[in-house]
Design a protein around this ligand. Structure first.
Ligand SMILES: [Zn+2]
Length: 404
């Protein structure tokens, strides 16, 4: 294809994934449409495809309000929370110790300060789940509380660029919850010990999702698995996080159309990196856990193609030969540099199983991982993407894979 053709194809992919399909959160119609689209494209380039199905709920919300003594407070419904309508005495805790001491039975719990400083990991999220988080969740579940209100700030590393961030985002946690800014929380402190009325309208909708897997190459060869998560958070077009990653998969699938080398190449659109229970990732692990030793290398693309700065390849445990070949490719492409290591992505799954990995992203995002305000928000739209970078990455990966 000529440069112009690739560029217009890349833009078209971006429009399809971020504009025509209006949402890609797991369990939604848009998410399923996106996976069917990927499968169709992979088939077009002669990949043997598979749709691995799993259960995943979708969720809708219609706003919330909180009142006490004629005063009202701005609150947001926690993602995947069940709805609620009722009143109760407001009790509060700002530390785990305070939380374990209060009687919250039949009351509404207000969490602020230290206990609400970082997003609590979902119950079924196995990759990173601090004991402290599990303890808070368990006390809450045994408290008999009717509902939970939390006041939070910003927590870019765990919750992306949103402010305030939902303290709880977990479809497996059944106490209704809402969240508010720290400023609003400061006002709410005057209502501790008083009766508050909370109405939060939302519902959980049963649904399904799919990982899309494409295979090509030597059936008996060692595997190179190239992954990118196809899902996006609710209320974001998910351009950089992670339509661009999926587009790299698609452009690469075309570049590798005629591949007949020694390796088995697997292209996988994983579905759930930004969803509370990471169902696609769990499905992939459960299906492949005895076969991770057959994987030579994982290449995961997440956060690539940002208009500012260079693309980065972060290298994890690469054996000498792969390391040398990767460094040659990095030097060959002027828009790509070696990046520092970072843990928040699907490459970590492969690392846990002892598989060497390359995490492909944008250097700007790695440098600003703790304070950026773009991912998981409406700002993550097609306007911040540079398609030339996506094309360069797919060409570099094509060169690298063919050299291995
Ligand atoms: Zn991501």
């Amino acid at each position: 294809m000529t440069d112009n053709l690739v560029l217009s194809k890349c833009k078209e992919y971006l429009r399809t994934l971020c504009v025509d399909i209006t949402e890609r959160c797991v369990g939604s119609n848009g998410n399923r449409q996106a996976t069917y689209f990927i499968e169709k494209e992979l088939s077009k380039y002669d990949w043997e495809t598979e749709m691995a199905e799993f259960e995943a709920i979708d969720w809708e919300e219609y706003g919330a309000n909180l009142r006490s003594d004629e005063e009202s407070f701005d609150v947001l419904v926690s993602p995947y929370s069940p709805g609620f309508r009722g009143d109760g005495e407001l009790v509060s805790a700002s530390t785990i110790e305070e939380l374990s001491k209060i009687n919250a039975n039949n009351k509404i719990i207000f969490l602020f300060g230290e206990i609400a400083r970082e997003q609590l990991m979902p119950k079924k999220f196995v990759f990173y789940n601090p004991e402290e988080h599990q303890k808070i969740i368990s006390i809450l579940e045994n408290s008999g509380a009717k509902a939970i209100i939390s006041a939070t700030g910003r927590n870019s590393a765990l919750a992306g660029g949103v402010y305030p961030f939902p303290l709880i985002e977990d479809g497996d946690f059944d106490i209704p919850s809402v969240y508010m800014t720290e400023d609003e929380g400061f006002k709410l402190k005057s209502k501790i010990g008083r009766i508050v009325f909370l109405e939060s309208k939302s519902k959980r909708i049963p649904g399904k999702g799919y990982n899309v897997i494409g295979k090509k190459g030597n059936e008996n060869g060692q595997k190179i698995v190239v992954t990118a998560h196809i899902d996006a958070k609710k209320n974001t077009p998910g351009a950089i996080d992670n339509a661009t990653g999926v587009i790299v998969l698609l452009l690469l699938s075309e570049l590798l159309k005629s591949y007949n080398g020694n390796r088995l190449i697997e292209i996988v659109a994983l579905n759930g990196e930004d969803y509370y229970s990471v169902p696609g990732q769990m499905n992939y692990i459960n299906t492949n856990k005895i076969n991770f030793n057959k994987i030579l290398l994982n290449i995961n693309i997440d956060g690539a193609g940002y208009k500012q700065g260079l693309s980065s390849f972060s290298l994890f445990n690469l054996p000498d030969e792969i390391l040398q070949k990767t460094q040659i490719v990095i030097n060959q492409f002027s828009g790509i540099t070696e990046g520092v290591q970072w843990p928040q992505g699907d490459h970590s799954i492969f690392l846990q199983f002892g598989v060497p990995a390359i995490a492909v992203s944008s250097q700007w995002f790695i440098d600003n991982i703790d304070n950026q305000d773009i991912t998981h928000t409406p700002k993550d739209n097609i306007g911040i993407v540079d398609c030339n970078k996506i094309i360069e990455i797919s060409q570099a990966l094509n060169t690298l894979i063919r050299s291995l």
